[in-house]
Design a binder for this molecule. Structure first.
Ligand code: GRF
Length: 243
């Protein structure tokens, strides 16, 4: 298969972008980042892209009167750059159907919770406020809802006594980087299968061929036990591979 031609949309720090760039550089991900596009100028993620020799663009949402015209400009930039898949890596804008129709089932998001729990902004604080003991991260395809699209992969992360927003976010972020790269590599291998909704208004489903369940465990200083079929592994792993 040819490498994935990625456009990566960011709004800030770009650590997930960095994970993608690093995985490409050391051969773990068969992809090319055709464009890194930010809706905010001067952010750290743009500097990361420049250091990696990747083209960058800034399209400021504030320069547009509505979401559709902003999205159309972003679509044009991605197409001009040759991107055929889009990764939302900390991109803090909701996308319209103008965008999603341009890349059907080809927009991937990383979200710092186990969806469908805690969609939207500050998922880590939502998890702390709710008092959950396990949270995590999710890679999913983007649909017109907020963090509602078909789930590709999830990794579980324990909430530890004494966690605050920053400690929890940092523990989740380690898993985000691994999970996003893993999910993109599955896509690059042609293993993603999307099943349309069975009925109008229903839910599309995503599956990864050859992977029964994509599930990981955070390596933390707690013996969190979680297993499927009697097996549990540390780090982002594949439980039920080949099932
Ligand atoms: C990550 O937590 C990601 O899950 C969320 O926004 C954050 C972006 O971080 N969507 P970074 O810019 O990739 O460092």
């Amino acid at each position: 298969m040819p490498p994935l031609d990625l456009g990566v949309l960011i709004s800030g720090r770009g650590s997930n972008l960095q994970a993608i760039l690093d995985a490409i550089a050391d051969g773990r991900l068969d992809a090319r980042v055709r464009l890194v596009l930010s809706n905010r100028p001067g952010v750290e993620g743009l500097a990361r892209a420049e250091r990696a020799g990747v083209p960058t663009r800034v399209i400021a949402h504030r320069d547009f009167t509505d979401r559709d015209t902003f999205d159309a400009a972003v679509v044009d930039a991605l197409r001009d750059a040759g991107a055929t898949w889009v990764v939302l890596a900390g991109f803090m804008r909701l996308l319209t159907t103008t965008f999603l129709d341009a890349f059907p089932h080809r927009v991937v998001n990383i979200h710092p919770s186990l969806l469908p729990s805690f969609p939207g902004v500050d998922a880590q604080q939502q998890a702390l406020d709710h008092g959950v003991r396990i949270t995590g991260c999710t890679v999913h395809l983007v649909d017109a809802g907020t963090d509602t699209g078909p789930i590709l992969a999830q990794a579980a992360v324990p909430v530890l006594d004494g966690d605050d927003h920053d400690t929890l976010a940092a523990r989740i972020l380690v898993q985000e980087h691994a999970l996003l790269v893993r999910a993109l590599s599955w896509i690059a291998e042609g293993r993603l299968q999307v099943t349309p909704p069975a009925a109008p208004g229903g839910r599309a489903r995503a599956a990864i061929a050859g992977v029964g369940t994509a599930l990981g465990l955070a390596a933390a200083d707690t013996a969190l036990g979680l297993a499927e079929g009697g097996r549990a592994r540390g780090g982002v792993g594949e439980v039920g591979e080949g099932a």
